[in-house]
Design a protein around this ligand. Structure first.
Ligand code: FAD
Length: 411
């Protein structure tokens, strides 16, 4: 069995490590010239971290990430709604990590290079086409200097992100990602720690939201944390086209981000406006996803991660679900039976599970609890218990944990 993987993001690289651990030959082809530290903060759920732990990556992750202790939902004006312990503090056997996306990818990439060899992860290889026969699939990759390369294997996995070439091959009329009208300004800066130094705050509903969490500590900067922030603002109705391309690396001026936050968002824990001003690189990205597909697997070819189920980044599921896809697929391919059946079974197991999350995230996922409280008490409150019962609040955030598959599985 030889598995070709297009895309060296978190999903593709994790799959390569899992296949290698099961004795399956695999090659990853990444379009970028190198795998660098791109992106800002990301959160990964305990059941996904348990999979990375099984690959022996926990010490490396602990060295570059923070174990998330608590998630606090607040109104846009900083009033407390509900707080949940996370990871080990919630009784899970594995932690939830707040981490720089590039560092998470780096840990997985370093392990893949060490274990599979330099040649197993090839950069500057953009998948441009593929052809399937009765017994194999041949993929063609292009490099930036115009050269093309062919590689054959038993199966081809499209882990090539939201603009997946493989997905477009099967669904040529899908069009661009769908946008819900929300733009997200994102950045990270070294900043005085707030609360216990390991808490995440989500403040404000779908129309104006702050997401704030530390992603790294440094012994040489005691009292500070590399602090990730996101300001979300709803500027369109979802029928307007995405302003600019949905590119994770698109920069924005500091005034733009400040303008979205000032007068709309504030929390007592820290001065978010000063934090935004202290951030040297600010990125802007539209909140977009794609409709769930009727099918991921076609013969010897399938999709994984964002290529299969791009979703709004709420509920910490983007990277987590890609890792869970990888586990399911690696197990099935390692059984050594008919690869076409393995891909079909993977599709049947993972597609409905992730489609439900894509759908729930469209209405805010667990963060719906904020819209719920803000709608009931638009002028604010002194005690949230006057606005909603603990059962009402827990029903929203708890249902989502069930959906994301980490509520009971890990206890
Ligand atoms: C540059 C970048 C920055 C991001 N930053 C954030 C962030 O700050 N916060 C957040 O929550 N999420 C971020 N994401 C998204 C997040 O990483 C994913 O939602 C999640 O990790 C699932 O990963 P994935 O491997 O399925 O897809 P991705 O992480 O998108 O990885 C797909 C990979 O495939 C490669 N690729 C694409 N087309 C081809 C092709 N034709 N041939 C070969 N390779 C190809 C891409 O270069 C990329 O490395 C970012 C994604 C990218 C690509």
């Amino acid at each position: 069995m030889k598995v070709l993987i297009a895309g060296g993001g978190i999903g593709g690289l994790t799959l390569s490590l899992m296949l290698h651990a099961r004795g399956v030959e695999t090659r990853v082809f990444e379009q970028s010239r190198s795998i660098g530290e791109l992106g800002v903060g990301i959160n990964t759920l305990p059941h996904a971290i348990a999979e990375l732990d099984e690959l022996g990556l926990l010490p490396a992750l602990d060295a570059v990430a923070l174990r998330t202790r608590r998630l606090i939902y607040k109104t846009a004006q900083g009033l407390d709604i509900v707080a949940q312990p996370r990871g080990a503090w919630a009784g899970f056997s594995a932690p939830q990590f707040s981490i720089h996306r590039g560092r998470l990818q780096g840990v997985i990439h370093d392990a893949a290079r060490d274990r599979l060899g330099e040649d197993a992860v090839q950069t500057d290889r953009r998948l441009i086409s593929f052809e399937e026969t009765n017994s194999s699939v041949t993929a063609t990759f292009a490099s930036r200097n115009g050269t093309t390369f062919e590689e054959s294997g038993d199966v081809l996995i499209g882990a090539d992100g939201i603009h997946s070439t493989i997905r477009t091959h099967y669904y040529p009329d899908q069009g661009p990602p769908s946008w819900n009208g929300v733009l997200m300004w994102r950045g990270a800066a070294w900043w005085p720690r707030f609360l216990d130094g390991a808490s995440m705050i989500v403040a404000g509903g779908m129309s104006r939201k702050l997401v704030l969490y530390p992603i790294a500590h440094d012994p040489e900067r005691p009292g500070e944390a590399l602090t990730n922030w996101v300001i979300c603002a709803k500027l369109g109705d979802g029928n307007t086209p995405i302003p600019g391309r949905d590119d994770w690396s698109r920069r924005a001026p500091v005034e733009e981000a400040l303008g979205m936050a000032e007068g709309h968002l504030s929390i007592p824990e820290t001065d978010i406006f000063a934090l935004i001003r202290a951030t040297s690189e600010i990125f802007v990205y539209p909140m977009c996803d794609r409709d769930a597909l009727p099918r991921w697997s076609h013969g010897r070819v399938t999709l994984l991660g964002d290529a299969a189920h791009p979703m709004y980044p709420v509920g910490s599921n983007g990277a987590s679900q890609a890792i869970l896809d990888a586990r399911d697929l690696a197990d099935r391919l390692a059984e050594g039976g008919d690869p076409i059946k393995a891909l079909a079974d993977y599709d049947a197991a993972r597609r409905p599970a992730t489609a439900a999350i894509v759908d729930s995230n469209r209405s805010g996922g667990p963060e719906r609890v904020i819209d719920f409280v803000e709608a009931r008490a638009p002028e604010g409150y002194s005690d949230v218990n006057d606005v909603a019962t603990p059962d009402e609040l827990r029903a929203i955030v708890g249902d989502y944990e069930d959906l994301a598959g980490f509520s009971r599985a890990m206890h």
